[in-house]
Design a protein. Sequence first.
Length: 225
Amino acid sequence: MSACAVKRLSAELRNVERDPPPYITPRPLPSDILKWYFVIRGPKDTPYETGIYMGKLVFPEDYPFKPPAIYMCTPNGRFRTNVKLCLSMSDFHPETWNPVWSVSAVLTGLLSFMVGSEDTFGSIGTSEAEKMKMAKCSHEFNQKDRIFKELFPDFIRNGVERGVPGRTSGDSVKTKTSGQLPEADSRTGKPPQESGLALIWWIAVLLALCFGAWKVCSVIGASMP
């Protein structure tokens, strides 16, 4: 991998440790900084509210000049699992990618698309009731996932998954890492503030970009089995 990618992703790790995106806890695989896993805590007043969803970002060796691939790992009722998602900030659309976009920006854009209803390649159509059922089942699913348990152990307490960050398949996780991974707030044990102007601003910007790619992705999705 390029030194530029390593330097950029190392800086991004420090940034998300200091200021994680609302509702989302991202962490790189200790053995491969080009693979990041993340956990989305279902936002309030959505069908995903009680759910905990793991996903993955796979960065190219020439990041940040090319965008990452985006996957969801936990069944959620919105996206297929282990399938590349077609979003304006994913590797489906390198022509719309901006190298200044950060990991936080990509994940915030993913979340804003997740709670919407637009179709794209990799999305699926389910009812609110089905999404709510999957939200409840997400905990049991994650408990069986090795990456989730090894990379996000602080989401699990006494064998019961909990919706706060602390320390996410097919990859192996080493216990040692060159940079300390983000932990829960040592004073409160709670996740960072999950609302604010930053989220609203990013959602407004990224929804506009997602809409630009929506029509293209709808055509692609319609032509796929």
